[in-house]
Design a protein around this ligand. Structure first.
Ligand code: FE2
Ligand code: FE2
Length: 444
């Protein structure tokens, strides 16, 4: 079924090449159009609609990113991207005339695609095809990377918000938009990783549920890619991280945010978010795969097989669940919470390090802190000479001594590699919402 969609797209791109080479009146084009139409007819027999998105340089369809097809079609993907087209939808009822309009339309020279192509295409009269853009904020070329990533973060948070609402209302979720957000985050992590991790560190203080979900997703994407998983697995782990706490939508806010001690019954309710979440995610197996079900179910299981849900036999966590549970606890401890004092990164590190071998797989936990550092990128810190700095980049050989950027006093401004400057060290963390606020270079 899946390959039918691939065949349809391949034949469509064939069609595009033929029209470019021979023009639309040539019999070769007619033939390729016939082929493409037939392929779409077959593919639309299984699907009401076929929606394909361009995620980075890949094509995404339902739960898969068509990596292989993406490779094959890279020139075509770039071609569509140059024309501002990132999303294509074909609906059942499509006729050959419409397919022809579409091919003619996208075959135009790219100079004719200034601005938004959607409106122009809407007027062309192909009702069963729509084209568009998957907007992931802040993409204006004049804006700097910081703004771009901030926009990316915000719009991803919005997509999560929409997805959560979708789940609440039993609606379809826009998995393509979600996947696109995660794909963009994944891409940014490879080129702009410090900027994005910095956002996860600082935006954490927004405390909304979806911010937690997005942060856990960002950390899981980063962690699993650094562990060496391939793109597809990284994306699946990120997606599972995004939904790990989804079962909490069934638990009353009163219990979730209760300031005092929980009764046994209330604690039981909280624990139920694991299997409630798995049950919700089971409905989305077709589009999101099985991993979100597994991770929802297992993310509170511990390395030593304690935790919950309880099993009458020894149950080891899936590696994806172990990754997500480390990122989950890390973000939860670091979050500003109404009912407890903020934990600074060194306190978070000490708490988690104590759980090494009991809650967490020791090898994984060591690697996690090696990658994110003890003082995460973006942290505002005081150095032992009294100056104030912001953590710029990790030194993986010593998690205590990152590269920092001194922001005050004026005369000391500039980057310092603490690994190479033995006399200097980090003495204190400054809360970015309190005493560290004035030193923030990140525009919140
Ligand atoms: Fe949870
Ligand atoms: Fe969580």
């Amino acid at each position: 079924m899946f390959s039918r969609v691939e065949v349809a797209f391949q034949s469509l791109l064939n069609c595009l090449q033929t029209v470019k080479m021979y023009g639309s009146n040539h019999p070769m084009f007619q033939k390729s159009l016939d082929n493409a139409y037939m392929a779409f007819e077959v593919a639309l027999a299984d699907h009401e609609e076929i929606v394909v998105g361009i995620v980075g340089e890949e094509l995404a369809f339902e739960k898969e990113i068509l990596f292989e097809l993406g490779k094959l079609l890279r020139p075509a993907i770039l071609y569509l991207k140059e024309r501002n087209i990132e999303r294509l939808a074909f609906y059942r009822g499509l006729n050959k005339g419409e397919l022809r309009i579409f091919v003619d339309f996208i075959a135009r020279p790219k100079e004719e695609f200034k601005g938004d192509p959607t409106q122009v295409f809407d007027l062309a009269g192909a009702e069963h095809i729509s084209i568009g853009k998957l907007k992931v904020g802040g993409s204006k070329k004049t804006e700097g990377d910081k703004t771009k990533n901030s926009g990316l973060y915000d719009s991803s948070a919005q997509h999560i918000d929409q997805a959560l609402n979708g789940l609440l209302n039993n609606d379809k979720i826009d998995h393509l938009a979600l996947k696109f957000s995660l794909g963009s985050i994944m891409e940014s992590l490879s080129v702009q990783r410090n900027e994005l991790l910095k956002l996860a560190t600082l935006k954490r203080y927004d405390s909304e549920t979806y911010t937690h979900m997005l942060n856990v997703a960002i950390f899981s994407l980063y962690f699993s890619s650094r562990l060496g998983f391939d793109k597809e697995n990284v994306l699946n782990i990120g997606m599972s991280a995004m939904f790990h706490d989804i079962g909490k939508i069934y638990i009353s806010r009163k219990i979730l945010h209760k300031p005092g001690q929980l009764t046994d019954q209330e604690f039981g309710r909280i624990r139920s978010h694991t299997f409630l979440g798995a049950e919700i995610m089971l409905k989305y197996v077709d589009t999101l795969g099985i991993l979100p079900v597994v991770v929802s179910f297992e993310h509170h299981l511990k390395y030593d097989s304690t935790g919950y849900p309880r099993f009458p036999y020894i149950k080891k966590q899936h590696i994806a669940s172990s990754i997500v549970s480390i990122c989950d606890v890390y973000d939860a401890l670091s979050q500003r919470r109404g009912y407890k004092q903020d934990y600074s990164p060194d306190v978070v590190y000490n708490i988690m390090d104590k759980e090494k071998g009991s809650s967490f797989d020791p090898v994984l936990l060591n690697k996690f802190f090696k990658f994110v550092g003890l003082w995460p990128v973006g942290s505002i810190v005081a150095l032992n000479d009294g100056s104030i700095a912001q953590v710029f980049e990790q030194n993986e050989s010593d998690i205590q001594r990152p590269i920092v950027e001194v922001v005050a006093p004026m005369e000391k401004k500039g980057k310092v590699d603490l690994l190479k400057t033995a006399a200097l060290s980090i003495s204190r963390y400054l809360n970015p919402w309190k005493e560290g606020k004035e030193y923030l270079t990140f525009d919140k």
